[in-house]
Ligand binder design. Structure first.
Ligand SMILES: Cc1cc2nc3c(=O)[nH]c(=O)nc-3n(C[C@H](O)[C@H](O)[C@H](O)COP(=O)(O)OP(=O)(O)OC[C@H]3O[C@@H](n4cnc5c(N)ncnc54)[C@H](O)[C@@H]3O)c2cc1C
Length: 305
């Protein structure tokens, strides 16, 4: 029988203390780690360092709104928790509710999804788009950085050896926009790795010009893609077919999908075109989506499938 060194701290303070003294692998839901460290059938996964299990730390399981009105999500919150919490922004609830299947959503955590730094991870799309930050804590204090800076590149994150992600802070929500869009292109609505997920949001000024526009795509390059330069093409202007095509062209230059590139590019172009075209006609409701090939305006709250 092989032995494995495993720490199971009872408090966050204890966990950070362990992290400061030992070179450990932080294991939350384990849904990525158990797969990446798997061995042949019948053998338990093998880790080359001691493991520290943090999934049950109470300090990492809460969701609340802070004094600045930002949504603060504990690093250990699962996709199921996020999908069901009306405190969480709509785009993030959508992404969380379509991850894997029920069992996966009850173990996969938001910190694990971010730290895994996979371009196919579903939550970074909304998090990039909403300017979300991660709070990184150690025994010597904490710092906050944008999720889009924390994920440096494919499978690489800006995490010091003594740090852990303790919170994800999302400053914006659907309330900050007039129309929102989130869509996962996959073989099924859930329980399928994304071919693309696209997050969009737009707000208009009273005179009909665009006040704010955001677009972020996952699974379209080495990391999640967002470009403020492309978004700014329509800021302060009235939407027109020409401007919409400029945004589409600009975003097409930003993404760099490797597998099925033409499919991913064309699907992305169509989703941007549809969202901006429909938003421009100012329909009733807030949600513009393309489920089953038609628009659903004012779609009800997402359910955990
Ligand atoms: C069958 C299956 C289906 C899946 N479907 C999807 C899907 O549809 N969409 C999707 O996005 N993903 C999917 N995944 C991937 C995975 O479930 C997610 O990435 C999940 O969010 C990872 O979270 P976890 O808590 O399980 O991470 P873990 O496996 O515990 O950890 C993943 C990484 O994060 C680090 N980590 C975890 N917590 C912290 C912390 N607090 N501080 C610092 N580092 C930390 C770990 O050290 C490790 O490097 C799927 C996986 C499986 C096995």
């Amino acid at each position: 029988m092989e032995e494995m060194m495993c720490y199971i701290p009872k408090t966050l303070e204890e966990a950070l203390e362990i992290k400061s003294r030992h070179d450990v692998i932080v294991l939350a839901g384990g849904s990525d780690l158990m797969v990446s460290n798997k061995r042949t059938l019948g053998l338990a996964p093998k880790f080359d360092k001691p493991v520290m299990i943090v999934r049950n730390l109470p300090e990492l399981r809460g969701i609340y709104i802070n004094e600045e009105g930002e949504c603060c999500i504990g690093a250990g919150c699962t996709s199921a928790q996020i999908a069901e919490s009306t405190l969480c922004p709509w785009h993030l609830r959508q992404a969380a509710s379509r991850m894997g299947a029920v069992a996966l959503r009850n173990s996969a955590t938001i910190a694990g999804n971010i730290a895994n730094a996979s371009p196919k991870g579903d939550t970074p799309g909304p998090l990039y788009m909403l300017d979300a930050r991660v709070k990184l804590s150690s025994v010597s204090g904490s710092r906050e950085i944008l999720v889009s800076d924390f994920i440096v590149k494919f499978r690489t994150i800006d995490l010091r050896p003594d740090e852990m992600i303790t919170e994800v802070i999302v400053p914006l929500s659907e309330d900050d926009f007039d129309y929102v869009f989130w869509h996962k292109v996959g073989t099924r609505k859930a329980n399928a790795i994304s071919k693309i997920t696209l997050s969009q949001a737009i707000k208009f000024n009273a005179d009909g010009t665009v006040k704010d526009y955001r677009v972020a795509a996952t699974a379209t390059g080495a990391k999640t893609n967002r470009s403020r330069d492309v978004e700014s093409i329509i800021i302060g202007k009235r939407l027109s077919p020409e401007l919409i095509e400029d945004v589409i062209k600009g975003f097409d230059d930003v993404i760099s999908p490797r597998a099925m590139p033409e499919f991913r590019r064309e699907a992305t172009r169509r989703m941007i075109r549809r969202f901006l075209n429909v938003a421009d006609t100012h329909p009733e409701g807030k949600v513009i989506d393309t489920y089953d090939g038609y628009y659903v305006v004012g779609q009800p709250e997402p359910r955990v499938l």
